[in-house]
Ligand binder design. Structure first.
Ligand code: GLC
Length: 535
């Protein structure tokens, strides 16, 4: 069954281009490397690919520091390569989502270079947030960069500019109409080249208010400031409630305008998904009101423990809250900013959770390598490249572990990813986790993903709501089982450390770990495992 429009219940495969496949022997992945492996992606059973940034960039923050949003960085290829990738994806019925970065540019963008030379009070500086410091020489306010250190950097003539991330990523001033005009030009540029949608980076950050006011930070949280997935969730949420630079109401006017732009491409079904780290979760649904964006990431799932009460709450709440604005939720277990799910909750648990969420209504996101069950790469400090590592003097290790290149084939590292030295080392211990080796093993994580995603497409998409059978406080024996039915399928997850007997009639369609025993309406689900049954 197919949902309509295409993005409503799609499975979307996130590709970090630098880590996917190196076609030209420079140690980094590139666009032709992706194009050459689209058959692999198609066979996984996904509907779309989301490409992390491949635009011209000095690469201080993995390409999220964009120097020209309407061109391809030579490390990744050129515009012809991008066009070919899109065409080849479309030939395989794969849609393409580009990652757009509207909160900031790279300091190498021509606008910022012009702002530096044009000087204080110029219209060039008005595209960013340039201010004089305080009379005692300190920055205009006390805001701290999310990568550590102050969020202000001083330029030669003494003024400061704001950067919520690295000092090489000056924040744009969205009160300046030129900024929106330029972004609309960028959106149209990529739509005209063939892309089907956008992932909007830091979607909650564009509009700033009271830029000269201090962050009062009553709980002293900003001392340890690092606002990301790896942060203790309660601290992160407390911080999200107090920071003055996120989730201002003005951002919604921008997305309403963009929605009109997307909808003006009749018949194209252009979609957008927001990266919006906001709290409380109700606020996230504002981004997916019917006249705004189409999807918003549900970050609570990226941090939830493998425990039935926590998972039930996160899943049920996402479904319920999205329904209030007639939207469907998104399910992501890993991305390029967070520890890989197999490292975070354990590899069996990661498989179980994936099979469980693939049955849910909404869109499922899979971060390349997740299908192989990859853990985070083991890295020495000398390998690290993430700016948050450097801006915190190594206190925070950063996100490189999740970005280690994919192991493709062969017995020794770098496992066919490149003929050169890979930009991050690939551990020899990944020998059994290569695509080649997993393709040969019917019990591999890759086979599980392929089977599950194809079943999801055939049986689940477009099947409407779920009905919980076992959940905390309802039919659950010992807080260890979660189960629901959807359409003709029953999905059950045993989160406990021991096998559990359940009342289920029906034919086994898939199991994440081990084998399901049983008959006559009783089935034994292995420990830390999920299964699908047809009625
Ligand atoms: C988003 C990206 C992250 C990047 C940051 C700044 O959170 O996902 O990788 O570092 O924005 O652009």
């Amino acid at each position: 069954m197919k949902s309509s429009p295409w993005w409503k219940e799609a499975t979307i495969y996130q590709i970090y281009p630098r880590s996917f496949f190196d076609s030209n022997g420079d140690g980094e992945g590139d666009l032709p490397g992706i194009t050459a492996h689209l058959d692999y992606v198609q066979q996984l059973g996904v509907d779309a690919i989301w490409l992390s940034p491949f635009y011209t960039s000095p690469n201080k923050d993995g390409g999220y520091d964009v120097a020209n949003p309407r061109d391809v960085d030579p490390r990744f290829g050129n515009l012809e390569d991008a066009k070919r990738l899109i065409e080849q994806a479309h030939q395989r019925e794969l849609r393409v989502i580009a990652d757009i970065v509207p909160n900031h540019f790279s300091d190498q963008h021509e606008w910022f270079q012009a702002a530096l030379s044009a000087g204080r009070g110029s219209k060039e500086r008005a595209r960013f947030h340039f201010y004089d410091g305080n009379t005692d020489g300190t920055p205009p306010n006390n805001w701290i960069s999310l990568f550590g250190g102050p969020s202000w950097t001083q330029v030669e003539d003494g003024q400061y500019y704001l950067h919520l991330f690295d000092s090489s990523q000056p924040d744009l001033n969205w009160d300046n109409p030129e900024v929106n005009e330029d972004f609309e030009k960028t959106l149209r540029f990529w739509i005209d080249l063939g892309v089907d949608g956008f992932r909007i980076d830091v979607a909650h950050g564009l509009v700033k208010e009271d830029v000269l006011k201090n962050h009062s930070d009553p709980q002293g949280l900003s001392n340890a400031l690092r606002l990301d997935v790896a942060m203790d969730p309660s601290k992160r949420n407390a911080l999200l409630l107090t920071v003055p630079y996120f989730d201002r109401q003005g951002v919604h006017a921008i997305y309403r305008k963009w929605r009109t732009l997307f909808d003006s491409y009749a018949g194209r079904d252009i979609m957008a998904v927001a990266e919006a780290w906001v709290h409380p979760p109700e606020n996230a649904t504002r981004y997916v009101r019917p006249d705004e964006l189409h999807q918003v990431f549900n970050f609570d799932l990226l941090t939830a423990e493998f425990e039935s009460k926590a998972l039930f709450e996160v899943i049920d709440r996402a479904i319920t809250l999205n329904a209030t604005v007639s939207a469907l939720p998104t399910w992501a277990l890993s991305n390029h900013d967070s520890p890989r799910v197999a490292s975070r909750i354990g590899s069996e648990q990661a498989r179980a959770l994936a099979l469980f969420v693939f049955g849910l209504p909404g869109s499922a996101y899979v971060f390349a390598g997740q299908e192989l069950g990859l853990p985070d790469g083991e890295l020495a400090d000398s390998d690290r490249q993430d700016p948050s590592f450097f801006r915190t003097n190594g206190v925070i290790k950063g996100r490189d572990g999740a970005r280690v290149p994919l192991p493709w084939s062969g017995e020794t590292t770098p496992f066919g990813f490149t003929s050169a030295k890979p930009w991050l080392p690939i551990s020899q211990s990944w020998k059994e986790l290569t695509i080649e080796s997993e393709l040969q093993d019917p019990k591999s994580s890759l086979h599980l993903y392929r089977n599950a995603l194809n079943l999801r497409k055939d049986l689940m998409t477009g099947s409407g709501e779920i009905n919980w059978i076992q959940s905390p406080g309802h039919g659950d024996k010992g807080n260890s089982l979660l189960s629901y039915t959807r359409g003709t399928v029953t999905v059950i997850m045993n989160l406990s450390e021991s096998a559990q007997e359940c009342d289920i009639d029906g034919r086994l369609l898939a199991v994440s770990n081990g084998t399901v025993e049983g008959h006559n309406g009783k089935k034994v689900i292995p420990a830390r495992s999920s299964a699908w049954f047809s009625a």
